[in-house]
Design a protein around this ligand. Structure first.
Ligand SMILES: Nc1ncnc2c1ncn2[C@@H]1O[C@H](COP(=O)(O)OP(=O)(O)O)[C@@H](O)[C@H]1O
Ligand SMILES: [Mg+2]
Length: 239
């Protein structure tokens, strides 16, 4: 569904991602794991077209989309749910859904989204800044679903959420994949994400340090946990 080949990019002429190859398959969650600063958001922004690609290639169902601007990539079916959710504080749930709903028909209508996320239906007239963190995350996901994505990019969707709500968000990600989406889920928390991962890529300092199937990762979670653990402070840095 979505493939990258030797993807390199960065900021202000500097390189952050040093040649990333990954494939996100339909009906599967591809977990991109790595500590803060590893390059997860940079990767998702490059996939969504928010950051120009230095070199390498991005293909969506065999079509080269490397140079397509973000709005055309969204229309081609790449949907990003950004880190930090980025909902509009003063807009209600209903207003968010109205703004996101496309005039052209997609597989997702507001009714279908509310069927999947009934809690949002109970909050239609609430401003987004009055929602809980979990509800804001569901709203951010709902808004992106309305664009009719084939590939759903979720950037740290459980950040700042308690364990129960985080589990709900991950269950939702798994359901959306089971429903046919290619889900790419970036997270610094392997233990949370491994249970739903069909494929795992570990990033460290902008390079892939491990790439394996979810089943293999679940058999050897210690390896993934070690790969994702942030570097220990050196003795000089200890107090
Ligand atoms: N807008 C930016 N300008 C310059 N450097 C950036 C910018 N965003 C991120 N970086 C750098 O890119 C690297 C990867 O960051 P990021 O992709 O946000 O990592 P992650 O999402 O894994 O925490 C870090 O070294 C970070 O400082
Ligand atoms: Mg990030």
């Amino acid at each position: 569904m979505l493939e990258t080949h030797s993807l390199r990019t960065g900021y202000h002429g500097g390189t952050v991602l040093h040649g990333i190859d990954l494939t996100a398959e339909r009906s599967s969650v591809h977990a991109v794991l790595g500590p803060n600063g590893a390059g997860k958001t940079t990767l998702l922004h490059a996939l969504a077209g928010l950051l120009p690609v230095g070199s390498g290639r991005i293909e969506l169902s065999g079509t080269d989309v490397t140079r397509l601007p973000a709005h055309r990539r969204a229309r081609a079916g790449i949907g990003l749910v950004p880190q930090g959710r980025r909902v509009f504080a003063s807009l209600t749930v209903a207003e968010h859904l109205k703004v996101a709903h496309r005039r052209r028909p997609t597989a997702w209508s507001p009714a279908r989204v509310l069927d999947l996320l009934p809690r949002l239906g109970e909050r239609l007239n609430q401003r987004a800044d009055r929602l809980s963190g979990g509800e804001q995350q569901m709203l951010a996901i709902a808004r992106t679903l309305l664009t009719g994505p084939h590939v759903l990019l979720l950037d740290e969707p459980t950040e700042g959420l308690g364990p129960g709500v985080a589990a709900d968000v991950l269950t939702l990600a798994g359901r959306l994949a089971a429903d046919g989406l290619a889900v790419v889920l970036a997270s610094p928390r392997p233990a949370q994400v491994l249970p739903i991962a069909g494929r795992v890529t570990v990033l460290a300092a902008g390079r892939i340090t491990a790439a394996l199937d979810g089943a293999a990762a679940r058999q050897d979670p210690a390896r993934i946990l070690a790969a994702v653990a942030p570097p220990r402070p050196t003795p000089q840095e200890l107090p």
